[in-house]
Design a protein around this ligand. Structure first.
Ligand SMILES: Cc1ncc(C[n+]2csc(CCOP(=O)(O)OP(=O)(O)O)c2C)c(N)n1
Ligand SMILES: [Mg+2]
Length: 581
């Protein structure tokens, strides 16, 4: 605890508790009002502080850091619109259950609403998007004041980590002068050692995590359902725990079910048994005959609901009993047809069910043959392309991802193409995204934050408008030593919009003006602005070398119209391959 003045004492006691709770990363944006907290974070040896000027990028950097590390990350800013710039990332953290400690400095009550400047209404600024809001208040550095700050830190950390659902927590700190660490004689009046020093190494109040151990009833009951349903499927959406891979593979083998694995489930790629993994479900489930032939009686869902529309409509149409494993108190159930949501540990459920089923059932032959045929058809079609294509890039990326790496993929076409085309692969890579709110904002910052927090080599895959949206995010690369390769798919505009009915319904010029929105972003110049290496990829064969060269922008030029035509052709080719089976 720093007794220089009341602000330094309260701020340092607060930060001391965060460190004892386990906080290791903070992102600070410059400003005067937040100085006591910024300094306390900066001087706390256990906490790594990154300084980022733009609060929107800073908060997305924290989202990436928290998502990739699995631990809460703090963001701190000054009063006013600085706090409002956190809002998009707070929404993403809410929807994706990412633990975030949002610390905003504020003017004290007497300086609010009186034209004092840089004061907006920060109370409950993020509405229902946060797990907990606390107006921390102004306090003296007495026993009550210091204990309040220590206790608030412990509660905020626990609430963000998941009590029960992980997510953002907002603490608003009104701060009076002196904001600088100027000595004030006799400012600290506390005498209780607990208020002054806390509990040494341990937090003031340790909060035990919610127990997610499945009950015997849950294990027996659902295993019984699986035993009675020979035709079923496991659907695996976004989740980050690599420990789920093996138990889920065992469950699939025991049940004889395919695993329809979205890449961000971490089930599609990895060194585990992938014999039941299906990757081409998005294309396969466009075929009416195949949909009917594979209609399941029982569906076990792990992670979030995958994005694929054909998959979602197949689930809804099948009338199958759906059991959704959702340990974090979310409601990932857009089909509105689930029979049960299980609040229990996914790994233990999968392992427990597999153990109860005993002998493996025959593998789901129809799914496996179809998946193989689809991947061969896709490979053959793409092999004939002269130019680099967006689906082809996903095949090349799958080969290039290496053990221990991270990939952060943008909303819009990159994440959809990843779902549709990324082939299963043994690389132990973690595939991340910001799909809670599907924003194209902040992606570069999130990827850079993930790289920084984990020290793992990272590939960011973004569109050109995604690059434009978070161009300032590139500034944070100067403080990151881990390799961050940013693959920019430059189709000069929003390629995704060509897949919508608007493309037909609007006149060409209107479509281009309102949705296509070519902006002529020059990727080389964007790189030069931040003194970053730039490489233009002329062949996918050069991708491994471009990635191996380390941090920089890798430009991949594609064409939006040709991309639409290619997707249609790939879909046709897969249907034809299915018909030949
Ligand atoms: C913050 C935000 N603004 C707008 C959108 C709507 N939107 C979805 S995709 C997209 C275009 C993205 O273009 P680009 O990054 O180049 O990717 P592409 O579609 O070409 O793959 C836009 C504007 C959004 N999802 N998020
Ligand atoms: Mg684009």
């Amino acid at each position: 605890m720093d007794p220089t003045n009341a602000n330094t004492a309260l701020a340092s006691a607060f930060v001391e508790e965060l460190a004892r709770c386990g906080l290791r990363q903070a992102v600070v944006s410059p400003g005067s009002r937040s100085t006591p907290l910024a300094l306390a974070l900066w001087r706390q040896a256990a906490i790594d502080v990154t300084v980022i000027v733009d609060e929107r990028s800073a908060a997305f950097f924290a989202v990436g850091a928290a998502q990739a590390s699995g631990a809460p990350v703090a963001v701190l800013c000054t009063s006013g619109t600085a706090a409002a710039n956190y809002h998009p990332a707070v929404c993403e953290a809410d929807h994706s259950a990412v633990p975030l400690l949002v610390l905003t400095a504020d003017r004290p009550p007497e300086l609010r609403g009186v034209g004092a400047g840089q004061a907006i209404d920060q109370l409950k600024l993020y509405g229902e998007s946060v797990r907990w809001f606390c107006e921390v208040g102004s306090h003296d550095a007495d026993d009550d004041g210091l204990l309040h700050l220590r206790s608030t830190a412990c509660r905020a950390f626990a609430a963000s980590r998941g009590d029960t659902r992980p997510g953002p927590v907002h603490l608003n700190f009104p701060l009076r002068e002196p904001l600088a660490p100027l000595p004030v004689e006799g400012a600290v009046t506390a005498t209780d050692p607990l208020a002054l020093e806390g509990r040494g190494e341990r937090p003031l109040t340790a909060v035990t995590p919610v127990d997610l151990e499945p009950t015997r009833f849950l294990l027996d009951e659902v295993a019984g359902h699986i035993a009675e349903a020979p035709v079923g499927a496991i659907v695996a959406g976004r989740q980050l725990d690599p420990e789920l891979r093996e138990p889920l593979a065992h469950l699939a083998a025991a049940a004889g079910y395919p695993i329809l694995a979205e890449p961000s489930s971490q089930l599609r790629c990895g060194p585990h048994d992938r014999s039941h993994v299906i990757s081409a479900y998005d294309l396969l489930l466009r075929d009416e005959a195949f949909r009917e032939a594979t209609a399941p009686e029982l569906v076990l869902r792990f992670g979030e609901m995958p994005t694929s529309k054909p998959l979602r409509s197949w689930l809804a149409a099948s009338g199958a009993d759906q059991i959704v494993v959702d340990p974090h108190g979310g409601w990932h159930e857009p089909s509105r047809r689930a029979a049960a949501l299980l609040r229990a540990d996914p790994t233990e459920l999968a392992a427990g069910w597999a153990a109860r089923l005993g002998e493996d059932r025959p593998a789901p032959a129809m799914w496996l043959q179809a998946d193989l045929a689809a991947r061969e058809a896709i490979g053959a079609e793409l092999a004939g392309a002269d130019e680099i294509t967006e689906p082809g890039l996903q095949l090349a990326l799958a080969k290039a991802y290496a053990d221990g790496e991270l990939a952060y993929t943008a909303s819009s076409m990159p994440i959809r193409d990843q779902e549709a085309f990324l082939p299963p692969n043994e690389a132990d890579v973690t595939l991340l995204c910001n799909r809670g709110t599907n924003g194209i904002d902040g992606l570069l910052s999130s990827g850079i934050g993930a790289a920084h927090a984990t020290g793992r080599p990272t590939t960011i895959v973004t569109g050109d408008l995604g690059l434009l949206h978070d161009l300032g995010g590139l500034a944070s690369l100067r403080d990151v030593s881990t390799p961050v390769r940013i693959v920019v798919i430059d189709n000069d505009g929003g390629g995704i919009f060509h897949f919508l009915p608007q493309e037909q319904a609007l006149e060409g010029s209107e479509f281009e003006a309102l949705l296509g929105t070519p902006r002529g972003v020059d990727v080389a110049k964007a790189a030069a602005l931040f003194d970053l290496p730039h490489r233009r990829l002329d062949s996918l064969d050069d991708l491994p070398a471009a990635l191996a060269a380390g941090t920089g922008l890798i430009e991949v030029k594609t064409d939006r119209e040709a991309n639409l035509a290619l997707h249609r052709q790939l879909s046709k080719r897969v249907q034809a391959a299915l018909a030949d089976l």
